[in-house]
Ligand binder design. Structure first.
Ligand code: SF4
Length: 332
């Protein structure tokens, strides 16, 4: 069985260390060209980078819009200054099959988070901020190391609060031969402006859609009452940019949208509304991963409704809703 993300993280925390990097640009020459190479050739990647860094001075990088002067050493809800922190990185075989292929998904786990759910499975990293400060050059080294290790993509986990750093690292890595597609693996609480700025940078969007009810989103995700509207708008923009999922002849993802939806007890996630939204506002062939693995972690037991796993009946109902909505690219 493929290792879980949590297991992967614990096994690989020590991996954020020194690197020896004999990088070759020819290693994956047969793969389709990722979108960011075109932007880089046109010199527009530098413009995107500059605009994104400017948002950190009174931070509005995500919908929290804290206004924190992060380049001045301050932090907002995400508890991040302008310094870049990474918890772990390496090939991961527990992600969705089109991301994993034979070589694995090249995951980079960023420390801290802008959503901060009470049931977070990676709370040591996302809430407590475990990890190591690195430079953007070291982040570029990690991307190139993952390419050298034959991963199929660069999977940026919890990237929202460090997008400027990622684009800076990307520019460096492109100059040294990076040509793997970027996977933007987010909790779905992103700024629409920032996602628009990433048009032509990201090839594969992998957002969660966690809630359909703002009251529940606020209760369980640190006051994010506008989460349902925000996530719907940014996922529609992601879909506009990259469309439905495309895979190569090996079944490996090259471009497109993949949505994750974690089923929660008592239908807290609003699964019935979610699947009907996908069918109505995106397309029935959207790649949707309906996930069953909810377990009460972190502070979930403070909330009676979240203090148990999903029952078989709840899981069966979630799948029945998805099928009734007519989703044709459904995965569990
Ligand atoms: S990225 Fe962090 S500091 Fe910036 S608006 Fe979001 S939570 Fe606030």
């Amino acid at each position: 069985m493929a290792p879980s993300r949590r297991r992967f993280l614990h096994d690989s925390l020590a991996a954020v260390g020194g690197l020896a990097l004999p990088i070759t640009a020819q290693a994956h020459a047969a793969r389709p060209e990722p979108a960011y190479l075109r932007l880089a050739r046109q010199g527009r990647l530098r413009d995107v980078e500059k605009d994104l860094w400017a948002t950190l001075d009174a931070c509005r990088l995500c919908p929290r819009a804290c206004g924190a002067d992060r380049r001045g050493g301050k932090s907002g809800v995400c508890r991040s200054t302008a310094r870049l922190k990474v918890a772990s990185y390496g090939p991961h075989f527990g992600e969705e099959r089109p991301l994993v292929g034979r070589g694995g998904s090249g995951t980079i786990f960023f420390s801290n988070c802008n959503l901060l759910c009470c049931f977070c499975q990676n709370w040591e990293i996302n809430h407590r901020g475990d990890g190591r400060y690195i430079s953007e050059v070291e982040l570029a080294d990690m991307m190139l190391d993952l390419q050298e290790r034959r991963c199929h993509n660069i999977n940026l986990v919890t990237p929202t609060h460090v997008v400027p750093h990622i684009v800076t690292a990307l520019r460096t890595a492109v100059g040294r031969g990076l040509r793997l597609p970027l996977v933007y693996n987010t909790g779905g609480y992103d700024s629409l402006d920032v996602v628009r700025a990433l048009d032509g940078v990201v090839d594969i969007y992998l957002p969660d859609f966690k809630y359909q009810d703002g009251t529940l989103a606020a209760r369980y995700s640190s006051g994010a009452a506008d989460y349902p509207e925000v996530a719907a708008a940014v996922i529609k923009e992601m879909h506009r940019q990259v469309g439905t999922l495309k895979v190569d002849e090996r079944g490996v993802a090259v471009r497109g949208l993949m949505i994750r939806h974690l089923v929660l007890p008592q239908n807290i996630a609003g699964t019935d509304r979610f699947v009907n939204w996908v069918a109505r506002d995106l397309s029935r062939d959207t790649y949707v991963n309906i996930m069953r693995q909810y377990r009460p972690e972190h502070r979930a037991r403070d909330y009676p409704a979240l203090s148990r796993p999903v029952t078989s009946e709840e899981w069966g109902q979630a799948l029945a809703w998805a099928r009734a909505a007519g989703l044709t690219n459904l995965h569990t």
